[in-house]
Design a protein around this ligand. Structure first.
Ligand SMILES: Nc1nc2c(c(=O)[nH]1)N[C@@H](CN(C=O)c1ccc(C(=O)N[C@@H](CCC(=O)O)C(=O)O)cc1)CN2
Ligand SMILES: [Mg+2]
Length: 286
């Protein structure tokens, strides 16, 4: 079975459209998201355009602030301070990656935690770690759990989940979410010994390594659920640019029980969950 992330994202946006209308009716609050883009990375420009468009489509306010590549860290911090103080802005997102001369951790730390719709601020990762209410949870990990449940249902307890990757943005938070779901969780990474054997134990395998076609069919437990977070641009046999995941899709699909495609899997859920976090932030701040 192929898990359709595009459809799941459209379903979530439909629910959010109703919630946004309800929030406006009951509280007079229209959630507002501001996305800050520094520089001209072409992929980031596409993602930001899609974020702005989809935010508006569900009835929320969306603003984009485009800054030149040579924006200093201090200038970006000044923009964030203004947004932190603006009551009409419920969610703030700084598109990553930032130009090399800007320290991402300094920027993430400068966003008011209750407006941090990416869920990257230490206050939000701490809340997630402690299982506290009110955490804004990173979007891609939320999407991974929703897509896993599309196939396996709501109860994941007792299943062995293996996460390949330990980034603050995907690997660590998705492992914490799986633990909240009562999974037995293994975090594997570039130094893990016997990675194939570790993956063979997985009922749920989350691949977030950033290497095209890295996960092989021989690593897969028959019937496992595979969530592919990778977005790798490669050339096909005719030299044409092509987007592929971290999983050798064609061969793994023959062994597993269900798998997310790339494109059309986790990617669309990342933006839908950003909209969900913006509604949550409007409830926290509104
Ligand atoms: N501040 C953030 N920066 C980045 C994040 C993030 O969550 N917050 N994640 C990624 C980029 N990203 C969103 O920003 C993102 C990546 C991919 C997709 C997506 O829908 N992908 C499509 C394919 C699109 C294509 O052709 O390129 C898919 O997989 O079907 C959405 C959002 C890094 N930066
Ligand atoms: Mg940098």
């Amino acid at each position: 079975m192929i898990i359709d992330g595009k459809q799941a994202a459209a379903d979530l946006r439909k629910i959010l459209t109703i919630e946004v209308a309800q929030l406006k009716k009951d509280k007079g609050v229209v959630p507002g998201l501001t996305v800050v883009l520094v520089g001209e990375d072409p992929a980031s420009e596409v993602y930001v355009r899609n974020k702005v468009k989809q935010t508006r489509e569900v009835g929320m306010i969306s603003n984009e602030i485009k800054l030149p590549n040579d924006t200093s860290e201090a200038q970006l911090l000044a923009v964030l301070q203004q947004l932190n103080n603006d009551d009409a802005v419920h969610g703030i997102l700084v598109q990553l990656p930032l130009p090399k001369h800007i320290d991402e951790s300094v920027i993430i730390a400068a966003i008011t935690p209750n407006k941090d719709v990416d869920g990257f601020h230490a206050m939000n990762s701490g809340r997630l770690l402690n299982g506290e209410p009110g955490a804004l949870v990173p979007c891609t990990p939320q999407g991974c759990i929703m897509l896993t449940k599309k196939h396996l249902g709501e109860d994941l307890s007792g299943l062995h989940a293996v996460v390949i990757g330990r980034s603050n943005i995907v690997g660590k938070p998705v492992a914490l979410l799986l633990l909240q779901e009562n999974c037995t969780v293994t975090i594997a990474h570039s130094r893990t010994k016997n990675l194939a054997e570790v993956c063979q134990q997985a009922d749920i395998l989350i691949a977030a390594v950033g290497r095209a076609h890295f996960v092989q069919a021989s690593w897969i437990k028959p019937g496992a659920t595979i969530i592919d977070v990778g977005i790798n641009r490669i050339e096909d046999e005719n030299g044409k640019a092509k987007l592929v995941g971290d999983v050798d899709f064609a061969n793994v699909a023959a062994v597993c029980g269900a798998i997310t495609p790339v494109p059309g899997g986790v990617g669309p859920m990342t933006i839908a969950c950003l909209l969900k976090n913006t509604v949550a932030a409007a409830r926290l701040n509104g």
